[in-house]
Design a protein around this ligand. Structure first.
Ligand code: GLN
Length: 351
């Protein structure tokens, strides 16, 4: 063949290759555009509102689970209470059901006191002094402490939470309680009410938590007097919250540590993913793995029936519904949150 003909063929081949490349790029950018616009649509206000309503309707008559009764006052809370609130990282609020009905925050308070300890003493302190590993055992397990070298393992079991409380810097327990309460108020963006009845009911019946605090004290892990810390911890658990409050508190974490309404900075940005990591590991205690398997989402529950799930950078879901499963996690709360996370495509592992 002549050189000229060969050149034409080579040119045609190059042209074809460029065309294929161009078409592939065009196709990919189209797919990408569709994906991102689909995602934007998935989290639009209208979509959030619709999925919220669906979740509420779907689970409002679910009568699974039972109120906690080891704290007597929790047994008499209306089991029908069911409120869901979604607060986005930029402060938009979507709510349905009994959104003003309150329950005691209980273990969800552990997140915010641990955050306060991080803020005052740093991330290493939290990890080294308290821990960031799941126990695989119940939230009030004593044997878990012995099994793990007489340490708490993480700040979301009772042991680690009482430890966190003890490490909040204060001259006495009065000031410690004041700071812990103020910290939760600031996350919620309002003065949270205190449930005296729940407090009295638990403080007169918390010998097991007292024993836990003494056990940790025997290993030099407490920052203040163990029994005093247990009392302050019991107080922090007795603060009342509505779904709305949980949504706001979680949205502060979703918004990298800044309350999206008041703009108050609560937690250093670099600590937020660490705190969320512990919520993912141990937020739902010995059921944390199953929860994560379903949602991929850091969360925290409390025996008052509250549950808080945080979708990093995007939003938080706060739910109150008192009946619990055998692990101490709200039954309707988990079902509704799993539904919402799935329908809105929010699982962080699926991004
Ligand atoms: N105040 C409760 C306790 O110490 C909190 C437990 C919880 O919510 N899981 O037992």
């Amino acid at each position: 063949m002549k050189n000229a003909t060969l050149n034409v063929i080579a040119f045609q081949r190059k042209l074809l290759a460029s065309l294929v490349l161009l078409l592939t790029l065009a196709y990919l950018s189209n797919v990408y555009a569709k994906d991102t616009s689909a995602y934007a649509a998935a989290v639009s206000d209208a979509k959030i509102q619709a999925v919220l309503m669906e979740a509420y309707e779907k689970f409002k008559n679910d009568d699974g689970g039972k109120n906690a009764d080891y704290i007597k006052e929790l047994a008499v809370v209306d089991p029908k209470i069911f409120g869901i609130s979604i607060v986005t990282a930029d402060g938009k609020i979507h709510e349905v059901g009994d959104t003003t009905a309150v329950v005691s925050i209980q273990s969800i308070s552990k997140v915010f006191t641990a955050a306060l300890v991080m803020q005052e003493k740093g991330d290493k302190f939290l990890q080294e002094k308290i821990g960031a590993n799941a126990t695989g055992l119940a939230f009030n397990s004593v044997i878990a402490i012995e099994l793990h070298g007489r340490t708490a393992s993480n700040p979301f079991v009772n042991a680690g939470a009482i430890q966190s409380t003890s490490w909040v810097e204060a001259k006495d327990s009065k000031e410690r309680w004041f700071k812990i309460k103020q910290n939760m108020n600031d996350y919620a963006g309002r003065k949270l009410p205190f449930n005296e009845k729940v407090y009295i009911s638990e403080v007169n019946d918390n010998k097991s938590n007292q024993a836990i605090s003494k056990l940790l004290d025997a290993n030099n892990l407490m920052g203040s007097d163990p029994l005093e810390a247990t009392t302050v911890y019991t107080k922090q658990c007795s603060v009342n919250v509505a779904a709305h409050d949980l949504g706001m508190m979680g949205a502060t974490l979703a918004n990298h540590g800044i309350n999206p309404i008041t703009q108050k900075k609560m937690l250093n940005r670099e600590y937020v993913p660490q705190l969320l990591a512990v919520m993912a590991t141990a937020g739902l205690y010995d059921n944390a793995g199953d929860w994560l398997y379903a949602t991929g989402t850091p969360a925290k529950s409390g025996v008052g029936g509250g549950i808080l799930a945080v979708v990093p950078g995007k939003l938080a879901i706060g739910i109150v519904s008192p009946p619990l499963d055998q692990y101490g996690n709200s039954v309707r709360g988990q079902k509704a949150a799993i539904y919402i996370i799935d329908k809105l495509g929010l699982n962080p592992f699926a991004q």
